[in-house]
Design a protein around this ligand. Structure first.
Ligand code: GLY
Length: 313
């Protein structure tokens, strides 16, 4: 068994972001999570710390870089699961915290509940003195205005059709959700995930990242986080399906590959990806999108391994 931290920056098309800007973010997140593991800390703290580094990048679709809904507002989802204790915390459609994944961890630690949504969750973040989200970045708002204009130009009145058309035309640069999985020195596993959801979503929409078993799951044998179209991931219970396969004896890579194969048969390509680690410390990401930048760092390794980059990079 070798302790490891693995993170991803989202499955998607990766057309607009420069991948050379994303690689240092992945490396920073891995090193940040590994600091916790190396000092004897818990997998759950490592996964959350790594996810905070991704949220704080302002580049990825989570935390500071979260995309906006149809009305131009940021609402975020996040989840955490400690595979050792079975503890779960999640938040849905929150607007207040800069780091929704931290609020999800507080839900796990401080409340009797698994999932807090909207106003109540925001109130808790405020009461805990959490840092406040500053609102969408200029880059996200620029993209929003451009999309809105294109949707209007097209005369499209229905969100679904507009959205699918925009996706087909390459106007939506889907790079969706961030997440981390970790195995610590004591063999404990954990998963953490965070997202701004899908751009131009209907206000109030909640995706997979707030739903245990869909966007994230961890047991004493495996941990997984999902990325992609939340509706597909919720219907297929992606993270739970992968972990169940690990529990039935498959190593991380095979479990992830088989589950994504099955999901692709049911829902088509360009829909999802999953990052997973098993109890031996094998980390793997499988996806049916153009790319899913991800990486892992094992305890004792000097340099991380990065993979899943778009072909053009
Ligand atoms: N995978 C993130 C979402 O659909 O909200």
């Amino acid at each position: 068994m070798r302790p490891v931290i693995a993170v991803h920056a989202g499955a998607g098309t990766w057309r607009y972001l420069r991948i050379r800007d994303v690689i240092p973010v992945i490396e920073r997140a891995l090193r940040s999570g590994m600091e916790v593991i190396a000092s004897g800390g818990m997998a759950v703290d490592a996964a959350v710390k790594a996810t905070i580094a991704l949220e704080d990048s302002g580049l990825l679709n989570a935390g500071l870089g979260s995309v906006v809904d149809l009305t131009g507002n940021v609402t975020m989802d996040a989840g955490v699961m400690d595979g050792e204790t079975g503890g779960i915390g999640a938040v849905a459609a929150v607007t207040y915290p800069k780091n929704p994944v931290l609020l999800a961890k507080k839900v796990m630690e401080l409340t009797d509940h698994v999932l807090l949504a909207g106003e109540g969750a925001d109130k808790l973040a405020k009461a805990l003195g959490m840092e406040r989200h500053p609102g969408p970045t200029e880059r996200v708002m620029g993209r929003y205005r451009e999309l809105l204009a294109k949707i209007k130009e097209g005369g499209a009145v229905r969100f679904r059709k507009s959205y699918e058309l925009a996706l087909k035309l390459g106007w939506l640069d889907l790079h969706d959700t961030v997440g981390a999985v970790a195995l610590d020195r004591e063999g404990r596993l954990a998963a953490a995930v965070s997202t701004g959801g899908v751009i131009m979503k209907f206000p109030g929409r909640v995706g997979d990242s707030a739903i245990p078993g869909a966007g994230f799951y961890a047991t004493q044998k495996g941990a997984a986080v999902a990325t992609g179209i939340g509706e597909v991931i919720i219907k297929s219970f992606l993270a739970l399906s992968v972990v169940r396969r690990i529990e039935s004896g498959l190593p991380a890579m095979e479990a992830a590959e088989r589950t994504i194969e099955e999901l692709t048969k049911d829902y088509g390509k360009d829909t999802a990806g999953v990052l997973v680690v098993d109890g031996e410390g094998n980390a793997w990401a499988s996806y049916n999108t153009e790319a899913m930048p991800w990486g892992f760092l094992r305890l004792g390794d000097r340099a991380p391994t990065i993979s899943g980059l778009p072909e053009s990079s």
